[in-house]
Design a protein around this ligand. Sequence first.
Ligand code: NAI
Length: 342
Amino acid sequence: MKIAFFDAKDYDITSFTRCGEEGIRFKFYETKLDEDTVGLAKGFDGVCVFVNDRVNAAVVDRLYEYGVRIVALRCAGYNNVDLERCFGKIHVVHVPAYSPYAVAEHTMALLLTSVRRIHKAYNRTKDFNFSLNGLTGFDLHGKTVGVVGTGKIGRVFIDICRGFGMRVVAYDKYPSGEGNIEYVPLDALLRESDVISLHCPLTEETHHLIGREAFTKMKKGAILLNTSRGALIDAEALLDAIKQRIVGAACLDVYEEESDIFFRDFSGHIVEDDVLARLISMPNVIVTSHQAFLTEEALANIAETTVHNLTAFRDGDLPENELCYRCGKIEDCKKSRRQRCF
Ligand code: NAI
């Protein structure tokens, strides 16, 4: 089985090579998959993609024409794949969980960095400046954190916050009932929370979930954390909310328009995205470039599950991590009868 592996980074090559399976040959491409690069997939049985590869309708049609029959996402989110266009043509598999701890722990790392001004202190002491002026933080203990999306990552983050003595409220469109969580409507969460953390997927419904209207409902000085998907937040509205002192701090591991920027080195270049540049220039904004998943454990799990997904598909087994646009939405779906999605 020959797989064209797009957006390959050194750490991907290391982890996928380490977990090598004889029957699968990966060809690693540094470039992302999109309409311009899809030609590189010619002659392959499948493609392996990440969060910023674009598997839109045009790309799906070309992949199908080239004989590609599987798209293996090496991530959990799949908002960058046109699942409906894939249906009946190309099977799509993903890695539903590789380390919720990696993402939840990074979220807390960002929160602590922000509230205790660690990023400022680090730079100061590197310059032998030991002054404490401007570094006053606040205790997390006793504060209210509002968690949007209480799936795998959201629940781990809730446990971490409880360990800090925080009061947790949550909003989830499909609450599972696990974990003894106090659910409130989104508006109440926005009103009551000192810290708001986003852990729901990006869908049409959640696009700009935190936009101009949401910012008017937030507690003044609230801290906003997003380690989920950039477009959950309207970035321009966030910028205004920071300028109006509504948002006290923002910690972003993801950004709406990250696909042409994140994972690349732009030092020494002019970044064209004015909203991102302005956000980064704010003293109360911390940006990491979609690195919340990046731990040894997560990388090993990603490689292992992806290889498992591919071999299962090759061997005609049931690919349990298959996705389609009807999954979970129609009553009598084929998958629920323990078959492939199509
Ligand atoms: P999950 O599927 O276990 O949980 C998602 C939760 O969101 C579910 O409880 C679901 O009911 C809820 N939800 C769905 N629609 C909603 C809506 N309209 N409003 C409120 N809640 C809604 O997913 P998991 O593993 O916890 O991941 C969450 C997100 O984290 C992923 O969708 C992905 O975008 C992001 N992620 C980011 C990574 C990073 O490196 N920054 C790495 C891995 C995931």
